[in-house]
Write a protein that binds this ligand. Sequence first.
Ligand code: FAD
Length: 455
Amino acid sequence: KTAIMLFTRDLRVRDNPALAAACAAAERVVPLFVADDVLLAGPAAGASNRVRFLVDALADLRASLRERGGGLVLRRGDPVEETLRLARQVGAEAVFLSEDVSGYAARRRERLGRACAAERVGLSEHPGVTVVRPGALTPANGDHYRVFTPYWRAWEAAAWRDLAAAPERIALPPGGAPSDHVTLETIAREFGRDPSPRLAKGGESEGRARMAAWLDGGPRGLQGYEDGHDDLAGDRTSRLAPFLKFGCVSPRELAEEARRREGGAFVRQLAWRDFHHQVTAAFPDIARRDYRPYGEGWRDDRDALEAWCEGATGIPIVDAGMRQLRREGFMHNRARMITASFLTRHLRVDWRHGLRHFAAWLADGDVADNAGNWQWVAGTGNSPRPNVVLNPLRQAARFDREGEYVRRYVPELAGVEGGRVHTPWLPPGKGRRGPGYPAPILEPDLLSGTRRAGG
Ligand code: FAD
């Protein structure tokens, strides 16, 4: 029997239930990845960082599969058509796939199901993208959890699936892997043209090394997470998000290892990830429509949006976050909250604009986590306190007291010492503001954490 393992965002050989099931069910397994034109050139076009990270991950996956006797077939185009084309070519009787939650993934799954049925090819779906399967936990009186805390309680108490063994050998059909129709270099060149200068390298090997260093990293790692995760300059979070996004690291394995080391605060963040995935599975329009209407009109202010995107608002803590995003394809979670709150609550610009900009630059940019968090901050999502507005100056004083984070990312202010870097407009600020650093686009008096009218 021959099967196709269709990789999507589960780019690993360890604890990959779909891959393990394919290898258990069939004598010959043809691993496949289809570079999907719609995803590569679609609305998040310009997402060079994710394309580069993906290409790294595919190169690493291909090497791991080859070590086991297999390979990775690369095709380009529509994943459904390409999968069926390959199935005909190699005489595959079944396709194995990881379940996913976005609206796009759900439509792709449906089309694949129909196409497979029409050609009498089996389709077998497996968990692996989250710790707990979306939909596995449901509240007594609803189809999905809308509030995190009860979800977290159910999630913690739930039985997690067993880890899937990495296949030792993968046997290709006689004659070896069918030819590629596209190379990784072409994908990188065409769609990953301008990556951030300090983008992390992707792949399972890299992800596992980072995971190990994080779990056993002492106070700079998991052990210090509870106290250190909000310290902007300290940069004391795992930076595992892009590896989770592309499945280079198994969330299930990571959660178990962290739990074993009593890393409760960190495990809770992995539950947030699962939470947003199960919301997205139930509400696939999450990136377009308010999850919970919040009745406020947005302002159409292109200049403000552009200043925000460029990291040129004149509010140092906001600009530092936005510039970190461009430089690294990553932004600290606390800075994501500050910048998102500033855009939606102070500038009153529609969260969807912010979401798109994040999606264009984040290596971990993911529909469920990006949209879920944007809506949470904007007050249209499932936050139980939708009216809270973050005052960027108070946030800066709490989480970047000495101003180190701002100086790291805003060179115009690198010469300003201490926490004064957060208020370059105060006397004797004028002289100290480095050449070219803009005046604030919003009166600093308006930055206080007010509650929105009507809320
Ligand atoms: P750590 O603090 O080390 O956390 C470990 C893991 O837990 C993360 O890698 C991530 O998988 C998960 N996690 C942590 N916080 C959250 C959260 N609030 N929601 C969901 N999962 C979480 N995360 C993404 O993965 N992709 C996104 O597109 C994304 N967009 C965001 C947009 C906004 C406006 C905000 C406020 C947050 C967003 N986040 C997103 C969540 C969070 O900021 C990142 O997951 C985190 O900063 C990644 O850094 P880390 O891996 O060092 O996280």
